[in-house]
Design a protein around this ligand. Structure first.
Ligand SMILES: Cc1cc2nc3c(=O)[nH]c(=O)nc-3n(C[C@H](O)[C@H](O)[C@H](O)COP(=O)(O)OP(=O)(O)OC[C@H]3O[C@@H](n4cnc5c(N)ncnc54)[C@H](O)[C@@H]3O)c2cc1C
Length: 257
């Protein structure tokens, strides 16, 4: 079997890279072989050689990233990536520029999708930071909103500048009326920069701003594991059950670390 050097495995090109706020980047990538069908909510591994030299003995450093673009878009994949300052891959990913080569895993994977949720359910998406990416993919895909009785997206970030996709989501909300609601909260900033909700995203439940019932609602949680654990604990106390392949439930989550 022929083993390709890390450089030879780079199979995609960065076509756009934009810093949305300090440390948070939108990156568009075009795989050489096109984009296969995938489900909104799925992720793919991105990778780079261990060093800039990409020597023969090196390996690719790979990490999972949720796809923010809709599967209907076939010219590029969009990612929303946070720079983890001490991290091995993300600081290098976010410094790529247009035309740079990158590895994109051929298999697009993940079970954090809407497949198991019955039509007509009420959905609540809860995201911290870049955990909004899979929800953006779902919302951008035709038919998602129409399929459910209601859809609510809660996004918690540190600073108001980190509220990525806000304009797109507000526009969607104004078009969709009661069917789609978008709420944001900011934990480290107040007036004059931000006069909206303050605190962690869990507040929407603990303060009764969003009410959910296990008979009707499915919750999707994505991002910071501490948020996911807290919300799960809170909801399990109200009769919600974690969804697994073997035992269908109504809490679905994707922990980013
Ligand atoms: C299914 C899945 C989907 C993901 N999708 C995304 C995505 O869309 N966007 C995105 O930015 N990241 C996403 N991640 C996280 C990503 O895979 C990497 O873990 C992250 O980019 C850090 O990689 P690194 O090599 O720079 O850091 P590493 O060298 O791997 O690790 C550094 C340390 O940072 C911690 N860490 C990882 N991510 C974060 C974070 N965001 N904030 C604080 N600490 C962190 C890890 O626990 C680790 O201890 C996803 C993870 C999973 C499992």
């Amino acid at each position: 079997m022929i083993t390709l050097t890390p450089m030879a495995q780079l199979n995609a090109t960065v076509i756009l890279r934009r810093e949305l706020s300090p440390g948070l980047f939108e990156i568009w990538i075009r795989p050489d072989e096109g984009i296969p069908d995938f489900l909104p909510g799925q992720y793919v591994a991105l990778g780079l050689p261990e060093s800039h030299e990409g020597g023969e003995k090196e390996k690719l450093v790979k990490r999972a990233y949720s796809i923010a673009s809709s599967p209907e878009r076939k010219d590029a994949l969009e990612f929303y990536i946070a720079e983890v300052t001490e991290g091995q891959l993300s600081p290098r990913l976010v410094r790529l520029t247009e035309g740079d080569r990158i590895f994109v895993q051929r298999k697009y994977v993940g079970t954090f999708t809407l497949e198991s949720v019955p039509a007509g359910s009420d959905l609540v998406f809860v995201a911290t930071g870049t955990g909004i990416a899979p929800f953006v993919s779902m919302l951008r895909t035709h038919g998602t909103i129409e399929k459910y009785s209601s859809l609510t997206l809660l996004h918690g970030v540190r600073y108001s500048a980190d509220l990525a996709y806000r304009d797109e989501l507000l526009e969607l909300q104004s078009k969709r009326g009661e069917n789609f609601r978008y709420y944001a909260t900011v934990s480290r900033e107040g007036p004059p920069n931000w006069s909206g909700e303050h605190g962690y995203v869990q507040k929407f439940f603990t303060e009764g701003k969003v009410s959910v019932a296990p008979e009707t609602h499915h919750l999707f949680l994505c991002g910071n594991p501490a948020m996911i654990e807290e919300v799960c604990q809170l909801l399990e106390g109200q009769g919600f059950k974690e969804h697994t392949k073997k035992q269908p439930g109504n809490i679905h989550f994707e922990k980013y670390w």
